[in-house]
Design a protein around this ligand. Structure first.
Ligand SMILES: Nc1ncnc2c1ncn2[C@@H]1O[C@H](COP(=O)(O)OP(=O)(O)O)[C@@H](O)[C@H]1O
Ligand SMILES: [Mg+2]
Length: 323
């Protein structure tokens, strides 16, 4: 098939791994920067240009949409969706997972556990919000943060107040969150592809840091997920509607607590730590995804044809009645 990878830069580790894995399985692959597309909105015939000329035909789109270009990147993905090109992950599922508060609302609605999270917007509410998350230390998060940037720990009530007021003044949407002390700077990352965990790692924050992100100097080791964590990761991915996801979880006393679901998980850390060819797993799933879409389409066509036949059969009866 012809795969189009949406990525800012073809030489990024994850992008080049996807390209190599797809070529190894005999597919034609092209990489395009989402910002190079021109979206053409017109009634009944959505289209898109790439650098001023019609977008090359693709059977499937693999978006890697970073946080810095979320809005434009999502609009491009949505346009492919509207043009009937299968996308792995869809724009709506990416948007759902990218906003931490929205993601947690959806997860808890399905009874999936998360750290207690409070969203407030007025200084008067800070005291009560802090009590709800169990006091200090507390975690303050920018709703659209990634790679550990935008996630902070506040040790005192004054620190929470000044952090929140500063971030509000800067126009940032934030949440206040219960600090899961027993995780001690460790978390689990599961890569879920097509409803299955294909790789997992435990990340440990470097000394003096509570964030275990590899971008923040965390160390990763391969891990076999406990059953509860495996099931939680799969359930969380399903709630978001993602085909490919990196799910971050804390190992809390009462079981897994989901932190966030990444729709474009980095492949470098997980492939190194787990030894799994995650890129190949994504391409294999893309093949299956396309096949099942084609099957569904044929099924739809069969139904439409049947309806047409039934309609045809009804016509003489109607005519008879009219006559
Ligand atoms: N409530 C929490 N309790 C303890 N540690 C946390 C909590 N929230 C985040 N962390 C740590 O901070 C890291 C980054 O948080 P996360 O919500 O995943 O943001 P990001 O999108 O920046 O990765 C996590 O991987 C985890 O190690
Ligand atoms: Mg994270």
């Amino acid at each position: 098939m012809r795969i189009l990878v949406l990525s800012r830069n073809a030489s990024l580790y994850s992008t080049s791994r996807l390209v190599l894995a797809a070529r190894a399985r005999g597919h034609a692959v092209m990489v395009a920067d989402p910002l190079d597309f021109q979206i053409v909105v017109s009634r009944g015939k959505p289209s898109m240009l790439l650098g001023g000329v019609p977008t090359p035909e693709a059977d499937l789109v693999l978006p890697r949409i970073g946080a810095s270009i979320t809005n434009y990147g999502l609009a491009v993905v949505r346009q492919f969706d509207m043009m009937g090109v299968p996308v792995l992950n869809s724009a709506v599922s990416i948007a759902r997972s990218r906003d931490k508060l929205r993601a947690m609302q959806l997860l808890t609605q399905k009874r999936i556990d998360v750290p207690i999270t409070v969203c407030a917007r007025s200084p008067a509410a800070i005291g009560a919000a802090l009590d709800l998350v169990g006091g200090t230390p507390a975690i303050v998060k920018i709703q659209q943060g990634t790679q550990g940037i935008g996630t902070m720990i506040a040790e005192t009530r004054q620190a929470v107040s000044s952090l929140l007021e500063t971030l509000w003044a800067m126009g940032q949407d934030i949440v206040l969150q219960e600090y899961i002390r027993e995780s001690r700077g460790r978390d689990l990352r599961a890569i879920v592809v097509g409803g299955r965990v294909v790789a997992a790692m435990r990340r440990t924050a470097r000394a003096g840091e509570f964030r275990s992100n590899l971008h923040r100097g965390g160390l990763a080791v391969k891990v076999t997920l406990p059953r509860a964590h495996r099931l939680a990761a799969i359930a969380a991915t399903r709630v978001m509607g993602l085909e490919v996801a990196g799910v971050d979880m804390l190992e809390a006393r009462g079981g897994p607590k989901i932190l966030e679901i990444n729709s474009s998980p980095g492949l470098e850390g997980i492939e190194r730590a787990s030894g799994v060819d995650v890129a190949a797993a994504i391409v294999v799933h893309a093949e299956r995804f396309l096949e099942s879409r084609a099957r569904k389409a044929t099924h739809r066509e069969v139904l439409q044809r049947m309806e047409a036949v039934i309609d045809d059969e009804r016509k003489p009866a109607r005519r008879r009645r009219v006559g």
